[in-house]
Ligand binder design. Sequence first.
Ligand code: HEM
Length: 187
Amino acid sequence: MTERPPLSSAHELLRRTTADAHSRVDALLGGGLASSEGYGMYLRGMHRFIQVSEARLAGHGVMLGVARDRLEQDLAALSFEPIRPVAAPPPEPDRVARLGWEYVVSGASVGARYLLRQAQQLGYSAEHGARFLAGHAGDPVWPRFLVRLARERFTPDELDTLRDAALDAFAAAESAFKTARQENVHG
Ligand code: HEM
């Protein structure tokens, strides 16, 4: 029988195996929000990523409708167009895979605290243009997710599923930011 992993090992695995993917997303964003154009790209990429995540999670786990609304308000406030819609991906039926995806959606709020300060330096606020980041940065979604993750006991197969889903989610985010960069920010 395989030994059960200790409490934090699932988080440790996710952090370690997605570190390169996080660096790629970070690099696509130039390490932060240096200009309004860069900020527009971030908003558009996150909007697409949250839309895809909403479809994959299909009402399970983290609720993303409010985040999407805020992103749409920020995009409108800055006169940026969302990325052109594509067909939504199917819901993810596997609960463990959904948790892996949620790791990435929830973890994006960790960086949001840092990105909010940069958006504020560009002149945006919780009232104008930075509703999403202000909401995301103050959201307890990340500590709550970590508590849920720590309560789980995964089999080795499930750990593979968890990791693969987190990598899929990062790939979706990467693709969203690439599209956001390629398309004209103003539609
Ligand atoms: C330029 C944009 C970004 C910056 C500067 C940034 C920065 C950060 C920072 C400083 C942390 C904390 C690292 C630590 O405590 O060791 C973090 C964690 C994280 N970020 Fe980002 N981030 C960015 C974008 C994103 C995006 C777009 C996503 C997801 C789509 C994301 C997903 C995550 C995840 C999952 C974690 C948690 C890592 C862990 O502790 O397990 N980040 N980010």
